[in-house]
Ligand binder design. Structure first.
Ligand code: NAP
Length: 275
């Protein structure tokens, strides 16, 4: 066992994760003696891995697909936002063996939008969201917290959007996926949280003809960085923000808690992760 503090990211598959590059860059940048690694963990191995990691010097971990929901059952304390979202992506292992769970995806989303569009005002009008998966859930919790007056939601599987409406209340309005383009006219903020447009996935095909040039538009897909959705919004004159910053910012709270230094997300950080 090493004596230096260790953290890592738990997932399956895990080789695609950019988190080891991100946290290793920050450890190096701030001269911190620590280690951050990718941990390939199957569903069957999840509990034993979580119980064993502290014995190997781990002080915490990030959690990614497919464990963000199932990891909650092993946590001894869960933050309010992780409870609301129903999933965790950041764990802290206490010395007495207890596990604290948090979800920083919504924080990462908001910090990225505020950094990429400093004049953006979440309260200025409705937000239109494509998608109703796990990421959408985290983003809705963060937007509601920031005072967004209305969230208009379209998802291919309408029942999932309806489930979010029943969880998060009257502020959420659901529209049919085939009419998704019609939610854009009034929107102050427009977000793609589907995997459409990602390398290897289908194209994003909803028309942006109704989109106001005043809207701030963001895509949480970051591979490619400039998705066809963002390019089309930019061509309409919108301020656009790519999804890489969400990934970088969601790592900040965990790194700070584990290693005692609040890391910066700046151009150097982006370049390090993209290298
Ligand atoms: P998820 O829970 O699996 O949800 C996937 C969403 O995409 C659902 O709304 C799904 O609709 C929709 N979708 C998938 N294929 C579609 C298709 N062919 N047509 C229409 N809609 C389709 O995944 P997630 O965790 O929310 O992640 C969604 C995306 O965000 C992924 O690409 C992920 O890599 C990215 N992400 C980025 C960050 C970041 O830090 N930037 C963080 C988290 C996630 P149905 O409900 O109808 O299946």
């Amino acid at each position: 066992m090493t004596n230096i503090p260790r953290a890592g990211v738990i997932g399956n598959p895990i080789s695609q994760s950019l988190s080891p590059k991100l946290h290793s860059y920050w450890l190096n940048r701030y001269g911190i003696k620590g280690e951050y690694t990718a941990l390939h963990v199957t569903e069957d191995q999840l509990e034993t891995t979580l119980r064993d990691l502290p014995n190997q010097g781990f002080i915490g971990a990030n959690v990614t697909i497919p464990h963000k929901v199932s990891v909650m059952q092993f946590a001894d304390k869960i933050t309010d936002r992780a409870t609301l979202i129903g999933a965790a992506n950041t764990l802290i292992f206490k010395e007495d063996g207890r596990i604290f769970a948090d979800n920083t995806d919504g924080y990462g989303f908001m910090a990225n939008l505020r950094q990429g569009a400093p004049d953006w005002d979440p309260k200025a009008g409705p937000t239109a969201i494509f998608g109703a998966g796990g990421a959408a859930r985290a983003i809705i919790v963060a937007l509601a917290d920031a005072g967004v007056p209305e969230i208009i939601l379209a998802n291919r599987t309408r029942a999932k959007a309806e489930a979010l409406r029943s969880d998060f209340g009257a502020r959420v309005r659901v529209v049919d996926w085939v009419q998704a383009d019609q939610m854009l006219g009034d929107a102050n903020t427009v977000i793609n949280t589907t995997s459409l447009g990602m390398v290897g996935a289908q194209d994003f095909k909803v028309s942006l003809d109704e989109l106001s040039p005043k809207a701030v538009v963001t895509d949480i897909v970051y591979n490619p960085l400039r998705t066809p959705f963002l390019i089309a919004a930019q061509e309409r004159g919108c301020t656009t923000v790519d999804g890489l910053g969400m990934l970088l910012h969601q790592g900040v709270p965990g790194f700070e808690r584990w290693f005692g230094q609040r890391p910066e997300v700046d151009d150097d950080t982006r370049a390090a992760v993209l290298s």
